[in-house]
Ligand binder design. Structure first.
Ligand code: BES
Ligand code: ZN
Length: 614
């Protein structure tokens, strides 16, 4: 690893690496501050190591103690998204292989980008406050001074003091709780993570949480108001885990719990070890959005065991995870289901390339992230261009059984390590050493380093998509005089997946005339559907058709939940509907204090709201 760099980190991980973190936190809901200490066990990779650099962002550092001795430290200038380097001078020299404990007393600021502090009114129960973290990609440094790079893996132990009527959870095994001896109104919750993992997987939540057992190694956690709904929605968890183990090898993390967050959680899911976080927008009532669970389960191998070495190689995490997610889907619901999902993914890729521009370097599978905020670079590209490459290889190399053999060997080879695209490619050539001629025909430079759609056009079986394509064509070609031919029976036989696909296909066409979407509402009554994936696409279709009635509904969806996949495009479409631009910008400003910090930042950029205006 020596000599390697990470454009998203200031830390000196070439000189020493963190083996373990010991966290002691006091969670203060009055001041919105986490304060306490972290003791980093570091191992020197050099002879005569006398200093180290850690990542921080908006932290106040009180003291640094190294092996019991006071150490000098200084904070560098603040970088827009990377934060400030914390330079620590050791009062001794370390030999290569020697370990030391660097204990840092600090506090996070109330605006820490990893954290959202919710008022009781923003929770389902309305009684208690709530705190959750989201560290991926580079926000851990706003709650812990650390080597915030996915190239370093550590174990951790944590003790979290929180109000005793609440529950604290972390991305680790629970290790008991007791009254806080310093303050009897509080409890100390303990956690142990014995599997080394990167900093972006450290997670904490504090809230009025309850749990239900949903499998032999799984609980679902949420506020009590939605716990039964959650237990029903995610009842397939153990089947998915077993299917994944059958495909990828043993699950090493012990527990696999789910946490359903409040609606402002910015992602669909987040693969925090032992405790996957999910958005409440998955609660469709019919388990139809459970592929997100399969996706997060797949990360237990792809990402959490074998990790991208820097965020430039993010496709190694997400592309492989989507591949495994869809293999789980194929095992549980047959191959046509996988083909249908893959086709949807190819279309999402088209959409992203169109939105970002086909010459945008951020559409490269392996982008250059020098001075680029990983949050700005985020898109479907690493997911779907990555999946497309793996599916293409599957087709070339002998089908999904053969290719899963490679994936499993790749996991065994690199488990507990961090890898680059080159490591992956070298191992691919090694594994398929009898098929080098096939591999050499691949235009690697086009796949990895060229913007736009991949060099190969993918074809998928369209059995389940045909009905969606046909209905989409009927609507997009319909004249005023044809509108009478549509009726509720058109969609009677369609699954919710097919309705999503139908609407997604229509969104790729030119906007429909407003009379068409009005007729669609009259015959299909999409306004009555609460499935978030359907509602989101339906409202976008209405906005793009300039139907005024959709504006309040879209504003409501954009603000009542904060999953960025929905909130950002809804805000963008509202902004592009020129006559409601001002209303949209003022709604954003009004809601901003209630928004997740990452969502607020990115929607602000989308709506071109200047920082100075805020
Ligand atoms: N790890 C990601 C979420 C993420 C990525 C958070 C980058 C922060 C930075 C998670 O596994 C994910 O991909 N979630 C998707 C699920 C979908 C692809 C099934 C999501 O949130 O929609
Ligand atoms: Zn993912």
């Amino acid at each position: 690893m020596a000599g390697e760099t990470d454009p998203s980190s200031f830390s000196s991980f070439q000189k020493c690496i963190t083996k373990h973190l010991n966290l002691k936190w006091h969670v203060d809901f009055n001041s919105h501050v986490i304060k306490g200490s972290v003791a980093l066990t570091i191992e020197s990779l050099e002879q005569k190591l006398s200093s180290l650099v850690l990542d921080t962002k908006d932290l106040t550092i009180h003291r640094v103690i190294t092996n019991g001795q006071e150490a000098k430290f200084s904070l560098g200038a603040k970088h827009a998204f990377k934060g400030s380097a914390l330079d620590i001078t050791l009062p001794f020299e370390m030999e290569r292989g020697q370990q030391a404990v660097v204990e840092i007393f600090y506090e996070a600021c109330p605006e820490a980008s990893a954290l959202q502090w919710l008022n009781p009114e923003q929770t389902a129960g309305k009684q208690h406050p709530y705190l959750f973290s989201q560290c991926q990609a580079i926000h851990c440094r706003s709650m812990i001074p650390c080597q915030d790079t996915p190239s370093v893996k550590s174990t951790y132990y944590a003790q979290v003091s929180a109000p005793k009527e609440l529950v604290a959870l972390m991305s680790a095994q629970r290790d008991g709780e007791e009254l806080d001896p310093q303050d009897k109104s509080r409890k100390i919750f303990r956690f142990r993570q014995t599997v080394p993992m990167p900093s972006y997987l450290i997670a904490v939540v504090v809230g009025a949480l309850e749990w239900r057992q949903i499998g032999p190694r799984s609980r679902v956690w949420s506020e009590k108001e939605i716990i039964d709904k959650a237990a029903y929605e995610f009842s397939e968890t153990e089947t998915m885990l077993k299917t994944a183990e059958d495909l990828a090898g043993p699950y090493v993390w012990g527990q696999y719990d789910l946490l359903v967050l409040p609606p402002s959680f910015p992602y669909g899911g987040m693969e925090n070890p032992c405790l996957t976080y999910v958005t409440p927008t998955l609660l469709a009532g019919d388990r139809s959005l459970a592929n997100v669970i399969a996706h997060e389960i797949a990360h237990s191998w792809m990402g959490n065991l074998v990790t991208n070495r820097t965020w430039e190689h993010f496709w190694l995490n997400e592309g492989h995870t989507v591949y495994l997610e869809r293999m789980i889907g194929a095992r549980m619901f047959k191959e046509p289901f996988r083909q249908f999902a893959a086709m949807g993914g190819w279309k999402d890729l088209h959409d992203s390339v169109k939105t970002m521009g086909e010459t945008s370097v951020l559409t490269n599978l392996v982008p250059n992230l020098n001075e680029v905020d990983p949050d700005d670079a985020f898109s479907s590209v690493p997911y779907e261009k990555g999946f497309a490459l793996l599916y293409h290889l599957e087709q070339l190399l002998g089908g999904s059984d053969v290719f899963m053999g490679f994936i499993k060997a790749y996991i065994q080879r690199f488990a507990f390590n961090s890898v680059t695209t080159d490591d992956w490619k070298t191992f691919l050539y090694l594994y398929f050493d009898d098929k080098v001629a096939v591999l050499n025909k691949i235009d690697w430079n086009a796949w990895f380093h060229t913007p736009g759609m991949p060099p190969v056009h993918m074809k998928f079986d369209s059995t389940l998509a045909d009905a969606c394509i046909a209905l989409c064509q009927r609507w997009s070609k319909a004249k005023e005089s044809d509108l009478g031919s549509f009726s509720a029976t058109d969609i009677k036989e369609m699954s919710s997946h097919q309705l999503i696909e139908f609407l997604a296909l229509l969104l790729l066409e030119d906007p429909l005339p407003v009379t068409h979407v009005q007729r669609m509402q009259a015959v299909y009554n999409f306004n009555a559907i609460n499935n978030a994936e359907i509602r989101f696409r339906w409202l976008r279709l209405c906005l793009q058709a300039h139907w005024d009635d959709a504006v309040p509904l879209a504003l409501r969806m954009a603000t009542e939940q904060g999953r960025m996949k929905f909130t950002r495009p809804l805000f963008r479409d509202l902004y592009n509907f020129t006559k409601c631009r001002n209303e949209t910008v003022s709604k954003y400003k009004e809601y901003k204090p209630n928004m997740h910090p990452i969502t607020a930042m990115l929607v602000g950029k989308d709506l071109k709201v200047e920082l100075s205006e805020e």
